[in-house]
Write a protein that binds this ligand. Structure first.
Ligand SMILES: Nc1nc2c(ncn2[C@@H]2O[C@H](COP(=O)(O)OP(=O)(O)OP(=O)(O)O)[C@@H](O)[C@H]2O)c(=O)[nH]1
Length: 349
């Protein structure tokens, strides 16, 4: 049997960069290609899966969307990702293309390396790694090393062996890229965007192609079909973690935490969003997302916060028999005080 290898595109990028938005767009214009989608997110609430399953794409049905929820994909490659791929490849109707959305906190390197496992390597190749960048967050200095803060942490914790975890992850995700999408261009002027381009370029030695996008609108012909075979090159794209721990110390996400808050109905969404904005700013919440039950409304309110920028819109009707609920996942650095943030959010409903 001489089957062609199935191309797989890995989509990575920091929390809230616009990965799900880009994939949603992609699914609405796949040029007839049948797509299988593997999604992984940090936190116990499958928001991305819900959003993507809800888009009703013809070439990527609910059966073709697989959620990996047992942890961050880079740490669960052997237990989760490999068996999932194996099962996918055993399907009678194989996909034309596989798209993998990593969690916003994932290191793409271990995932790409997994494509060299014997059973996978013969059947699939990494078409390319696409790293989505929140250009507005870069411009706001979110990934710049805050030397004072890092030094303060170093004084408190002598075991700290590296710089800001956010900055490191951002660089690791760029380091692995075959294509960089500078997203959220609508939030910057051309000069600001030029500075973001320079900053991103300065953080990597290789020179992957960089394109600009708004709302993740990138044609399928650009995203799919890069034809790189990244699994053969991953050794040259080592993450900070791999460079620091060549002795094989396991990677983990101890620097980040997430929890889910469940609340009652929210009668006044505008006031709720304003109050959330304050809580996010005060406690330096990195990402907050989920769904809100607004009494008297047949539709579910989707809420998406990246830093203190919050989008909210009614995304779909509550399904018959579906329990209406307000559930939000909150992600922050380990220092974030879960009890205090939880209490502050719970007090809003
Ligand atoms: N203004 C603006 N907002 C955007 C753009 N792209 C995405 N967003 C918004 O940014 C927020 C996060 O987008 P997602 O697509 O969920 O980001 P993500 O990278 O999948 O997030 P995680 O899975 O949590 O890491 C949502 O509110 C999007 O609507 C853009 O180009 N411009």
């Amino acid at each position: 049997m001489n089957q062609q290898k199935i191309p797989a595109t890995v989509i990575t990028g920091f929390l809230g960069a616009g990965k799900t938005t880009m994939i949603r767009n992609l699914l609405s214009n796949t040029n007839g290609k049948k797509i299988a989608l593997i999604i992984n997110e940090f936190g116990d609430l499958g928001v991305d899966g819900d959003v993507l399953k809800g888009c009703g794409a013809e070439n990527c049905t609910e059966d073709d969307i697989i959620e990996l929820t047992n942890g961050c994909i880079c740490c669960t490659v052997a237990d989760d990702f490999i068996p999932t791929m194996t099962k996918l490849l055993e399907r009678e109707q194989r996909p034309d293309h596989i798209v993998i959305e990593t969690s916003g906190l994932a290191l793409p390197q271990p995932l790409v390396a997994a494509f060299n496992w014997p059973d996978i390597r013969t059947q699939v190749t990494v078409d390319g790694v696409v790293t989505v960048v929140d250009s507005a967050a870069v411009a706001a200095g979110r990934f710049a090393d805050d030397h004072d803060a890092v030094e303060a942490r170093r004084v408190e914790d002598f075991s700290l062996d590296h710089e800001s975890p956010i900055e490191e992850l951002f660089e690791d995700q760029l380091t692995c890229a075959d294509l960089i999408v500078l997203n959220k261009t609508d939030l910057l002027d051309p000069a600001g965007l030029g500075r973001v381009r320079d900053e991103v370029a300065s953080r990597i030695d290789r020179k992957p192609v960089m394109i600009e996008a708004r709302n993740g609108e990138v044609p399928a012909s650009v995203l799919l079909g890069l034809g790189v075979g990244t699994e053969d090159q991953v050794v040259n794209r080592k993450s900070h973690h791999e460079l620091e721990h060549e002795d094989g110390v396991a990677h983990d996400h101890d620097e980040f935490d997430s929890f889910v808050v469940e609340l009652g109905p929210v009668a006044n969404p505008a006031a709720f969003v304003d109050a959330l904005k304050s809580i996010i700013g005060e406690h330096d919440v990195l990402r907050l997302k989920g769904f809100v039950d607004v009494p008297g409304k047949p539709m579910r309110l989707q809420l998406q916060a990246v830093g203190s920028r919050i989008d909210h819109y009614f995304d779909r009707a509550w399904a018959p028999g579906e329990a209406r609920a307000t559930r939000l996942v909150v992600i922050g650095l380990h220092e974030m005080d879960e009890a205090v943030v939880r209490k502050a959010i719970e007090a809003l409903a």
